[in-house]
Design a protein around this ligand. Sequence first.
Ligand code: G3P
Length: 218
Amino acid sequence: MQFFIDTANVDEIREAWDMGIISGVTTNPSLIAKEGKDYMKTLKEITDIVDGPISGEVKASTTTAEGMIAEGREIAKIHKNMVVKIPMTTEGLKAVKVLTAEGIHTNVTLVFSASQALLAARAGATYVSPFLGRLDDISTDGITLIEDIMQIFEMYPDITTQVICASIRHPMHIVECAKTGADIATVPYKVLMQMTKHPLTDIGIARFKKDYESVFGK
Ligand code: G3P
């Protein structure tokens, strides 16, 4: 399973990229709005940091296929690595079909059921993004959704759509996603940092330091 970082914060992206742990970035309108900077310039800045797929979403106010196609083309022009993120609606599926035919990569977002994921795959989506955390939030098991999608996609070799586990809230989501064979998890910076931690690692480092310094000094 590969990791993307789920943020529009360029400092977090740079830090994760320098650690060698991420191969792409996902953003959404909420994440870019949080940074308070120009939408398209923020996406451009991210392409200067990460050499890998970068998802930029069509405007949250755009609901027609025509609108999403026009915006998708503009997003794709930013850089060859740009992936156009499109909401899982009937209009969104039409936009995916057209953009895919033009060779533009797409990521169908706000996927909450296996049937939605299957439709997005058939429309030609490069990626689908099922949201685990938001399902867990409403007492529905998000991991079961990932398992179902993986099982279905693996049964049909003509489906090449990759699964991005999204709305990740904690490190155990990552472990459970990896066990399903999912292609990618897009992870907030905070969770990536939580994944690096183990109390026995900290205790081990402190003990090595103490033992070393007791014999060799500082
Ligand atoms: O990028 C989409 C997704 O990861 C959002 O996560 O935490 O807002 O449910 P969250």
